[in-house]
Design a protein around this ligand. Structure first.
Ligand code: GTQ
Length: 345
């Protein structure tokens, strides 16, 4: 294009810009990309580096003062945005013995994936779920929740929330409870017994797209993985992989976040895989490494790492490994956008 025409088009852009109009021909290639193009970067956070500084925060402010004593895992490709992927949030939360993180509710859905400690709890609408390592506890959108620690050890967990999705949709509401704790009215484990044992109360009415099971205990998850291991049938891309489901409809336990647990036998190498759901991993057991594009991340128990959308990756298990992960897969599937590529590279 000659200089005169370029100047003419630039003039035109300036002129219509005053009316809040923009020519699509300047933007089309960056708006509609041939493949996912994300600011999200692959990254790993070592638990050994987080634990001491989070404990230090434990001496600086109480859980009540902080409301939630959390260090956000912020993706280095999106500084200042409090996101681990473009659509999801991650943080590591600490609650010290005797503390209470006061009751509140918000539109954002959350889960807690327990990393360290035994005997702290989350109460959801008054149902207490006591925490052990590897448990998944759901806090669905709009439900009261408070956290407490009745044990004598600090308790750490991974918080996964759909904050960026709710932000994108401008649908955020938040409220404090009038008391620090919503009255605790239901015994621990009630929801697992009522809805998560292959049976349901006969007149159960679905009131929410989130699973009525509040806690998915690691004991059960691990036992299922052990059974799968005995049965064999390893998937070349995933090893043995489970999805946390809502027993009401067999879909994802949460509508905005998919959660998974996988086992990689000792020495197992996964085939190259990519999918459009950027995925956050939390290492439960074992040591290994993950190759993401040209980068290699070595990980061990309680480390967190993120694989961005549509990045080729492969896992290499050292000893037998168990990996928890979550992503926005149910959102993409509901919208017909989710894609995977099982290799050939
Ligand atoms: O525990 O309710 O990491 O509201 C971020 C926001 C945790 C929580 C977070 C929250 C919470």
């Amino acid at each position: 294009m000659d200089e005169a025409r370029k100047a003419e088009l630039a003039n035109y852009s300036d002129k219509i810009g005053e009316g809040n109009l923009v020519p699509l021909w300047d933007r089309l290639r960056s708006l509609v990309t041939p493949e996912p193009k994300s600011p999200c970067q692959p990254h790993l956070w070592r638990y050994d580096a987080i634990r001491p500084v989070l404990l230090e925060a434990g001496t600086l402010l109480t859980a009540k003062e902080a409301e939630r004593r959390v260090l956000i895992l912020e993706n280095p490709g999106m500084p200042g945005e409090s996101k681990i992927t473009t659509s999801l949030y991650a943080g590591i939360q600490l609650i010290m013995p005797g503390e209470i993180a006061p009751a509140h509710k918000h539109s954002q859905a959350a889960f807690r994936f327990i990393i360290e400690g035994n005997g702290a709890y989350t109460a959801v609408d008054g149902e207490k779920s006591y925490m052990s390592k590897g448990d998944l506890i759901l806090t669905p959108s709009g439900r009261w929740h408070d956290h407490g620690n009745e044990s004598d050890e600090p308790t750490f967990w991974l918080d996964g929330l759909d904050i960026p999705i709710v932000q994108f949709l401008d649908a955020s509401f938040f409220e404090h409870h009038s008391d620090d704790e919503h009255p605790h009215v239901i015994e621990d484990g009630d929801s697992v017994a009522m809805y998560g044992s292959g049976m349901m109360p006969v007149d159960f009415e679905v009131q929410s797209p989130t699973s009525p099971v509040v806690k998915y205990p690691y004991e059960r998850t691990r036992a299922t993985l052990n059974k799968m291991k005995k049965a064999g049938n390893l998937d070349p891309c995933h090893g043995l992989k489970l999805m946390y489901v809502n027993p009401v409809d067999g879909k994802s336990a949460m509508p905005t976040m998919g959660a998974f647990m996988q086992l990689l036998p000792s020495g197992f190498e996964t085939s190259s895989y990519r999918s459009t759901d950027a995925t956050v991993y939390s290492v439960v057991e074992g040591r290994g490494k993950t190759k993401v594009g040209e980068r290699v991340f070595e990980w061990g128990p309680n480390d967190t790492f993120v694989v961005p959308s549509w990045h080729h990756h492969q896992h290499f298990a050292g000893d037998e490994c168990v990996l928890f992960s979550y992503s926005d897969r149910p959102v993409q599937q509901a919208l017909g956008l989710w894609r995977e590529d099982r290799g050939n590279r």
